[in-house]
Design a protein around this ligand. Structure first.
Ligand SMILES: [Zn+2]
Length: 158
């Protein structure tokens, strides 16, 4: 379909709002000119419609935020081994005394059964120096685990 020869005139008249009578009669009968004017009118409205203004953040602010996010990611990654060892230490602090009790349950029951009320002398009450040595070893172990946990906590706080 060839464009109408008067399409250019119709577009100019539509844009300026100045129609002469002859062109107005032609326009009312010519679908090609009507289509061209409708499309041009729509495109003018589209161009006039302004997109909502977006406020972009300052580039310095964006850079600072990116640096913070990067630093947080590095700190989180660097802290993973410390966090893992903290869990290992706490698990050991629970498992070691439980293991000790389970390992020596028979001796502990025997020793607890032999303790008389009012007697605080462990060597005499147990009748066996090995249980006393085990208790000393348990105490030393628990103190060592507590010291390790405290040290990890202090180093982890930084
Ligand atoms: Zn026409």
């Amino acid at each position: 379909m060839n464009p109408c020869l008067r399409e250019e005139q119709s577009l100019e008249a539509s844009a300026s709002g100045r129609w002469d009578d002859e062109l107005r009669i032609h326009f009312s009968a010519c679908s090609s000119c009507q289509d061209a004017v409708n499309v041009a009118s729509f495109m003018r409205q589209l161009a006039a419609a302004t997109a909502p203004e977006r406020s972009l953040a300052d580039s310095g602010t964006v850079w600072c935020k990116a640096q913070l996010v990067r630093r947080w990611a590095l700190e989180e990654r660097a802290g993973r081994p410390v966090e893992f060892m903290r869990w290992v230490g706490q698990a050991a602090g629970i498992a070691i005394p439980l293991g000790f009790v389970a390992w020596n349950w028979a001796e502990l029951r025997e020793w607890l059964g032999s303790v008389e009320p009012g007697s605080l002398n462990l060597l005499a009450a147990s009748g066996s120096p090995s249980i006393f040595l085990w208790l000393v070893a348990l105490s030393v172990g628990m103190v060592a685990v507590s010291a390790i946990l405290t040290l990890q906590t202090l180093l982890g706080q930084d």
